[in-house]
Design a protein around this ligand. Structure first.
Ligand code: MN
Length: 308
């Protein structure tokens, strides 16, 4: 879904009108050169030369005629499903950290930022955590946790490995944790209800609900899903910051316990640290420190045998 604008010349508008001849709406709405509907995409050309593409397939149609600003394309796909003014609503947002890191737990947070706390939360420096460094995240989180209701769920590595070995996909694990964190916050703030819930999307809505279908209480009311949701409501940005803070704290503890600095991510340095860890503590120790189903486990072992 999208809502894209392309600027074209008057000649181009004529050309477009011809191109969409069979799909033209008549009469064309006031102030427009023409309006057409192709599948689920509505195209509206204004006399000014602005052409708006709305709905499914907007990007495909728009790209036929001109350059779509990539930031505009991104924002429109991300926010397409959210109602106008959403950023100013009272919202519970949820997000997770640690899914792509071999070492360290999975942390999921749901956080409630009501309308009347939006300004304060912003003042504390809450924004998209991709624009923040870890020390800033820690500092902001330490204040934030006293200001807003939230639920933090930490899934330690041994627990993660246990349920992963039972056949739970990472998507299912995440969905279960998001649902529980959301439920916890709803309970905390009851009888107050949020205007909406926004989940930083990691799975299609149907798949998300299939993952949690056996749960006793499933949060469904006013739930929205969006990718890049951190930029769409401060509650998701706040959830992400608290989740990252918790992840870092546990990761520090793990590094200390391991006696080596555990690298983040899942790259070559992680393989090397994995090999070191096995040499130091034995292979079974990985269960406590890492998500053992990652390819890094085998790579770490390979490194170890090569060096022998
Ligand atoms: Mn996320």
């Amino acid at each position: 879904m999208g809502n894209l604008v392309v600027k074209v010349s008057t000649n181009k508008i004529k050309e477009m009108k011809e191109y969409y001849q069979k799909s033209l709406k008549s009469p064309s709405p006031p102030y427009t050169a023409f309006s057409a509907k192709v599948g689920a995409c509505t195209i509206t050309a204004y006399q000014s030369g602005k052409v708006m593409f709305q709905g499914t397939g907007a990007e495909v149609e728009a790209n036929k005629w001109g350059k779509v600003d990539p930031s505009q394309a991104k924002a429109s796909t991300a926010s397409a499903t959210l109602p106008n003014g959403f950023a100013d609503w009272s919202v519970i947002g949820s997000d997770e950290v640690g899914t792509g890191d071999y070492f360290g737990p999975l942390t999921v947070v749901a956080a409630y930022v009501p309308k009347d706390k939006l300004a304060l939360v912003k003042e504390l420096g809450v924004k998209d955590s991709k624009d923040l460094k870890d020390p800033q995240i820690v500092a902001i989180a330490k204040e934030l946790i006293h200001v807003i209701p939230y639920s933090l769920l930490v899934l330690p590595n041994d627990k993660y490995n246990e349920i992963q070995a039972k056949g739970y996909s990472q998507g299912k694990i995440k969905a279960l944790l998001h649902n529980r964190a959301l439920r916890n916050v709803l309970q905390k703030i009851a009888p107050v209800k949020p205007d909406a819930i926004l989940i930083d999307q990691f799975a299609e809505k149907n798949i998300y609900y299939r993952h949690i279908q056996t749960e006793k209480e499933i949060v469904r009311e006013n739930v929205y899903f969006s990718t890049k949701a951190e930029g769409l409501h401060l509650s998701v940005a706040a959830a992400s910051i608290i989740a990252r803070y918790a992840f870092l704290k546990h990761w520090d503890e793990l590094s200390e316990k391991a006696g080596i600095i555990l690298p983040k991510g899942a790259g070559n340095k992680v393989d090397e640290a994995g090999a070191k860890l096995i040499r130091k503590h034995g292979e079974e120790a990985l269960w406590q420190f890492a998500k053992v189903h990652f390819a890094n486990t085998q790579k770490a072992k390979n490194l170890l045998y090569k060096k022998r």
